[in-house]
Design a protein around this ligand. Structure first.
Ligand code: NAP
Ligand code: 12T
Length: 341
């Protein structure tokens, strides 16, 4: 990567934006200029990247003049309004919100799975939901090998997925409960400390939550295969970083547990950690701060002919958001696609 780009990070003060700056630094992303954007609340604040201090600038309609690439994580309504403005100014947008994911004009990309979809971008590329991304990394090699017919997934999702305020809410509730004080819930509808909430994002008319339906619909778009059936239950748990998923898979062709272990061990972005005799399996506290998607507890489902159960864990703020976004940007550069057609 010899060329350098003017890069804007929109939402640079948030949980995802801060991690984006860290990932840009760790991967030595080739920017010639970095512009951190946020609301007027944070304008003037300082953020760090590659050892240099940058002043946060308020996001406005003129923020994207002369910008090559914009990484958005400032909420759905901000993306809805400003992503088209950025694209119109000739800037390629990689968006983390759910605003553009199901739009037919926008590729929805996990670089290990469907990098080719970047070829048809028209200026706005969507980053999938965090729970979908780690599921796709783990399912793609299995689908290629044995064709997946149906997936039943239950998630155990960290509070960092709902932003900086939710991280503080869990911290505060734990402290208050341990000192005998009543808890306050602002971000979540109920106490999250020492609890589980089977409710992420809003409820839909069919009784599922929007988070559950994102997993169903985004899987089909990313895999490019409308025949894969997914059904999901999404649960918020009192974990700070990394989502965990219990995944039951039914395939067309038979795969043994050993087949799945060796297949996943050689697949990009995956680390297999599956040694029950050593009590070794993926856990959110170990995956936090890491890049890989960890897979363990791989077993044959003994109730059907071709079934596999497994446990999939990844840092929701890194692979689930910031890292996947930066990997999309790197892939755009590799493929010479940093231009709006
Ligand atoms: P957060 O910690 O609450 O941060 C929000 C960021 O957006 C802050 O930088 C905030 O700036 C900025 N912002 C808010 N309103 C704005 C406005 N009107 N104009 C400009 N900037 C504004 O939230 P987060 O967890 O980082 O999440 C941010 C986004 O990423 C959300 O859209 C969320 O859906 C998405 N996300 C996606 C995934 C995924 O599944 N891929 C995972 C997590 C989050 P101030 O400092 O000025 O308030
Ligand atoms: N409600 O980007 O609360 O669609 O964990 C990501 C995370 C929405 C999204 C969460 C959410 C998204 C959450």
């Amino acid at each position: 990567m010899s060329k350098s780009f003017v890069v804007a990070v929109c939402g640079a003060t948030g949980a995802v934006g801060q991690e984006m700056l860290k990932v840009l630094e760790q991967r030595d992303f080739p920017y010639s200029k970095l512009i951190p954007l946020a609301s007027s609340r944070s304008a003037g604040k300082k953020v760090m990247c590659k050892g240099e201090e940058h002043t946060v600038v308020e996001l406005t309609e003129n923020s994207f003049d002369g910008v090559d690439l914009a990484l958005f994580s400032a909420g759905g309504s901000t993306s809805e309004k400003f992503a088209p403005i950025a694209a119109k100014a000739g800037c390629v947008v990689v968006d983390n919100s759910s605003a553009w994911r199901m739009n037919d004009e926008c590729p929805l990309v996990v670089p290990e799975v469907n990098p080719g979809d970047l070829d048809w971008h028209k200026g706005i590329i969507a980053n999938p939901n965090c729970s979908t991304i780690q599921l796709m990394v783990a399912l793609k090699p299995i689908h290629d090998e044995a064709r997946i017919k149906r997936v039943v997934v239950s998630t155990y999702q960290a509070v960092s997925g709902s932003g900086q305020k939710a991280i503080e809410e869990l911290e505060n509730q734990v402290q208050r409960l341990m000192s005998g004080k009543p808890v306050v819930s602002d971000v979540y509808p109920h106490q999250i400390a020492f609890n589980c909430l089977p409710h992420i994002d809003v409820f839909m008319d069919n009784g599922y939550t929007k988070e559950e339906m994102k997993m169903v619909q985004e899987t089909i778009k990313i895999m490019g295969d409308p025949t894969i059936k997914v059904t999901a239950t999404c649960v918020r748990v009192p974990v700070f970083y990394s989502h965990s998923e219990s995944v039951n898979i039914e395939t067309e062709e038979k795969l043994t547990a050993d087949d799945v272990r060796s297949l996943l061990a050689k697949s990009p972005g995956i680390i297999v950690e599956d040694f029950p005799e050593k009590k070794a399996y993926p856990m959110p506290i170990d995956a936090a701060g890491e890049d890989a998607t960890y897979v363990g507890r791989i077993r044959e489902d003994e109730t059907i002919d071709n079934g596999i159960n497994m446990w999939v864990v990844s840092d929701n703020i890194r692979k689930g958001a910031a890292l996947n976004t930066v990997q999309i940007a790197e892939t755009l550069i590799e493929r010479d696609l940093v231009r709006v057609p």
